[in-house]
Write a protein that binds this ligand. Sequence first.
Ligand code: HMH
Length: 225
Amino acid sequence: MTFCEELYAKAKHIWIANHKHPFVQGIGHGTLPKESFRHYMIQDYLYLIDYAKLFALGSVKATDVETMGKFGEILHSTLNVEMDLHRQYAKKFAISEEELENAQPASSTIAYTHYMLQVAQNGTLAELVAALLPCMWSYNEIGRELAKIPGALEHEFYGEWVEMYSSKEFGELSNWLKDLMNKLAIGKSEEERKKLEEIFLNTSRFEFLFWDMAYHGETWPEDIR
Ligand SMILES: Cc1ncc(CO)c(N)n1
């Protein structure tokens, strides 16, 4: 069993819950209320700004030029391809640049991004990759699952989202990260592997909280905003 297969087996119950989440199912079946998606887009844009920094930190922590370059490539595509999807959606959902810039991250957005940044800044490269992996891998898996639903790829609002995350390019980046995780786990002690597993489980859980935050339109309570 590869290390990624071990991680997957440990996190399976969380990943199943993520797939079944009404937000995810709502994207695939085109039934998600637009208001929830609008909220998600704003929060995800804020999320991606911090998330992209993990790739920059990956370049810093890499020990060979090839890995440095690949992290640089993913940093570029996150900022210029993935976030372009969000900027396009912002136009479609009448989210102004001003609204995007002034948006406050919800508590679960902060908890998620700051957890990842903490691991990335203070941990090893393997720990950084363990934190990132559920994001890329689970989005690709969700994208590919949803793409099988008739009409999902053609949906007037959610089709482009499904297309992005089920794309060959996104799948290749996710596979590269899985291979890197497998390589980095070789020769690690039992204790270190346990730590990687804990990080992987935590960011898998944060994925769930993020779907939930988006679905319920969670923000800070009004009187303490
Ligand atoms: C919350 C979240 N996780 C993962 C991805 C994939 O990049 C994303 N855009 N947002």
